[in-house]
Write a protein that binds this ligand. Sequence first.
Ligand code: GLU
Length: 398
Amino acid sequence: MSLRLSEKAMSVKPSSTLAITAKAKEMKANGVDVVGFGAGEPDFNTPDNINEAAIDAINEGFTKYTPASGIVELKKAVCEKFEKFNHISYRPEQIVISNGGKHCLTNIFEAILNPGDEVIIPTPYWLSYPEIVKLSDGVPVFIRGERENGYKVTAEQIQAAITPNTKALILNTPSNPTGMIYTREELETIAKVVVEKDIYVVADEMYENLLYNGAEHVSIASLGEEIYKRTITCSGVAKGYAMTGWRIGYIGASAEIAKVMGSIQSHQTSNPNSIAQKAALEAIGGPQDTVEKMRLEFDERRKYMYERICNMPHVSTLEPQGAFYMFVDVTEACEKEYQGEKIETAARFADILINDYSVAVIPCADFGFPDHIRLSYAISVELIEKGLNRMEELLKSL
Ligand code: GLU
């Protein structure tokens, strides 16, 4: 048979965060005592009040189609949350509820990109950004966040990367994979460039609830009328509420963009899952004490992991201020030999860890940094300790 598949689809790489996590889960199922620092997935159960809301939705027959872009009660709750937490004013017609953060991003880029439009992606980036941009016929343009600047990019770098074809900038704060956050001052200078050059900002704020050391989360859309008009703010319930499997994300944008995204979604998935929308309503509109409990627990794990990694040979890291990831520079370890062969790349380092030490980490070539690995601390301190002991054993042996 000589039939050929879509060139565009064939150019997409599978998600290595999900693949490594699946591998670790499979090893565990086969009886291997594996420690998974892979996917960013909280180990907590979804809080009871949220589960109850979903059970009630089923029992009350809330199991039919909903409006394509989401139920109005949830949109209103999202508006209130945007107002209170992010200091951004959106009306319900400016909100679209989708099936998780990735789906929000897919809809955003389908709504704003024409073939060949460029999207500036600061590196290191969450690995799905370039793939999602390419699927919408966009062209990713990478700029590098240097370690000296907390792996963040500057307004000058963004300005220098803008061409007549630039349509948007992706801005992810707190960042996956670095856990760094952009300060108000940094965002103000970036907003100035964005407004001057008249491009969109896709602000991915999925980790906004998870901040440490008194760090402040600032939404770029809150910084003035002009930047507000050009920003699509994206968040969801997966990380802050331990609801990864429920698949509910949402965006706030101009009514025009929201309308186009809603139309796209009406043909893709009809609507986000009705039961999960009710659960998300309870998450966003209900009591927030469980979020704080989880955040405090993540903070303990963060401090422990940071301290341990700082004391290990051949690796180094910066203290993260948000999310639940540690971005670890393994350049020096890659110079070392393991069983007579130079390690060379973070990918090989990660292979050794999983195959010989039963520790899953994410090598970050797919995040644009091939000499770094990412460790998630969304697992218990006991497991973190066990996994780090093994990693330390490897590093000391090099
Ligand atoms: N976003 C999480 C991560 O980076 C979950 C896996 C994925 O979607 O990539 O690990």
